[in-house]
Design a binder for this molecule. Structure first.
Ligand SMILES: *[C@@H]1O[C@H](CO)[C@@H](O)[C@H](O)[C@H]1NC(C)=O
Ligand SMILES: *[C@@H]1O[C@H](CO)[C@@H](O)[C@H](O)[C@H]1NC(C)=O
Ligand SMILES: *[C@@H]1O[C@H](CO)[C@@H](O)[C@H](O)[C@H]1NC(C)=O
Ligand SMILES: *[C@@H]1O[C@H](CO)[C@@H](O)[C@H](O)[C@H]1NC(C)=O
Ligand SMILES: *[C@@H]1O[C@H](CO)[C@@H](O)[C@H](O)[C@H]1NC(C)=O
Ligand SMILES: [Fe+2]
Length: 429
């Protein structure tokens, strides 16, 4: 983790107690995060630079290369944004590699043409099909609520151990917990924690797209600027919106911000309704998967799942859309447990896993963070499958074909499967 920046001259290493990682702050680039752009011929990479880069670019090539020796022909010009929070130093840099071809491995390095400071060479492989509609089997990893210095070290390692099988990873909000000092809230957030987190995920995020949703710990400041500058998601109005959608090899993904208003008169609600309606009208048989930080259904002893009136407002505002437009699966975090519902609408079980008549809900708030895994469950609701696990871990969703998804939950402590279910395509209405 800490063998980096051969070309840099200044190293400041911050050693954090216990399990934690060493942060290396250098003058050159740090923390590469790949992201899908919504156009499969492109790949975005974002990084962090303490010093303002003069001529930031991404070099990329079909062959491995030594970044500092000579510039590659393929260069993506990157844009830079200074952090505007007084307590945050440095620049967020982002560039888009384009004209990529399917099922091809690209080598890339990010850096500055002017100073000749570059990241280590990394690589990624494009998807086998660039058609939005053609379903090709693939697997992605998904989890929420991952911070630094606890079990998440296992989540990262366990995902890395399976990375050859993964198209991308999804972190469903509560990313780094940089808004906490211990358990005390910090309004502007702690950049040291944020940067350590980005180094921690680098083995994943430099190699496969790291897709995100915004969580309550990612607000950091009123505009969520730190989150939005680092995780620039597809079709999100240049990262201004924290809700977005994209297609990936026959599956349509719709991502909601549960941290911004979703009331019936809101911009997000209008977007969401239009988004779901337009997709479903054109794709009555397509897989429609949603992910968002907060659950619709959850049964842990936890305020959001018990007395918080906001959950009922969320349900009243949006659940009918998920039913009406046949959202097959809704995946969330926030509640630090794993649980799986039966197909459910308005609190009633509708259909079975073999013939669902409502969305199936999965909660994977299990990435691992300083708040820990929750301890207790409420009595089992009728809509619960009974599979409720108090363990850190993450989900693996495999798209099999037009009728089946294969879902697994991986327990971090053993890196083994502790829940396994085939989900079948349903027609709700
Ligand atoms: C591509 O990156 C992965 C993950 O970082 C690494 O394990 C692999 O060796 C790289 N492949 C090549 C051919 O360099
Ligand atoms: C896939 O859909 C996106 C918009 O959602 C569009 O920009 C892109 O051109 C489409 N790609 C193909 C191959 O149809
Ligand atoms: C930020 O986090 C670092 C690393 O945990 C810690 O040493 C530092 O005291 C924190 N700063 C604040 C203002 O909490
Ligand atoms: C939307 O409705 C809520 C309450 O129903 C109200 O408080 C808010 O002002 C409305 N917003 C707009 C933009 O009309
Ligand atoms: C999808 O895969 C399942 C399991 O392999 C199989 O039973 C089913 O017939 C397949 N469906 C289609 C449409 O190919
Ligand atoms: Fe949360």
């Amino acid at each position: 983790y800490n063998k980096m920046y051969i070309s840099s001259t200044l190293f400041i290493s911050l050693f954090i107690v216990g399990l934690c990682l060493t942060q290396t702050q250098a003058q050159g680039p740090a923390s590469q995060v790949l992201a899908l752009t919504g156009d499969p011929t492109q790949m975005r990479v974002s990084w962090y630079s303490l010093k303002k880069p003069k001529a930031p670019v991404v070099q990329y090539s079909l062959e491995a290369f030594e970044p500092s020796s000579s510039l590659q022909d393929n260069l993506a010009i990157a844009s830079i944004e200074q952090y505007t929070e007084e307590t945050w130093k440095g620049y967020s840099v982002t560039g888009v590699m384009d004209q990529l071809t399917p099922m091809t491995t690209y080598y890339y390095s990010v850096g500055d043409k002017a100073t000749n400071l570059w990241s280590d060479l990394a690589n990624f492989t494009t998807s086998p099909s660039f058609s939005n509609d053609t379903l090709v089997p693939y697997t992605f990893a998904i989890f929420g609520d991952m911070g630094v210095c606890t079990e998440e070290v296992q989540t990262v390692n366990n995902i890395v151990s399976r990375m050859d099988q993964l198209a991308f990873a999804v972190h469903i909000g509560d990313i780094a917990y940089a808004d906490l000092n211990g358990l005390e809230p910090l309004v502007l957030g702690n950049q040291t924690v944020w940067n350590i987190f980005l180094e921690q995920i680098r083995p994943i995020s430099s190699h496969i797209p790291y897709m995100t949703a915004i969580g309550n710990h990612d607000i950091l400041n009123l505009e969520s600027g730190i989150y939005r500058k680092t995780f620039n998601m597809p079709n999100s109005n240049q990262g201004v919106d924290t809700w977005y959608s994209y297609d990936y090899m026959g599956v349509h993904f719709v991502v909601v911000s549960t941290e911004h208003t979703y009331l019936a008169n809101s911009t997000q609600h209008a977007w969401l309704e239009n988004e779901l309606r337009t997709y479903r009208a054109a794709n009555p048989d397509g897989w429609l998967i949603m992910y968002a930080h907060r659950p619709v259904y959850c049964s842990a002893h936890f305020p959001w799942c018990e007395e918080d009136p906001m959950r009922y407002i969320y349900i009243d505002s949006v659940e009918y859309l998920y039913q009406q437009y046949n959202v097959d699966v809704y995946i969330s975090g926030h509640s630090h447990v794993y649980e799986r519902t039966l197909p459910v609408y308005k609190g009633e079980v509708r259909g079975t896993y073999d013939a669902p008549l409502a969305p199936v809900h999965l909660v994977v708030g299990t990435g691992g963070n300083q708040e820990g895994i929750l301890h207790r469950w409420q009595d089992q609701p009728v809509w619960s499958s009974g599979v409720r696990l108090l363990e850190a871990g993450f989900g693996l969703m495999s798209v099999i074909n037009s009728t089946n998804l294969h879902w697994q939950f991986i327990d971090d402590a053993t890196n083994t499967v502790t829940d396994d279910i085939i989900l079948t395509k349903g027609y709700f209405n």
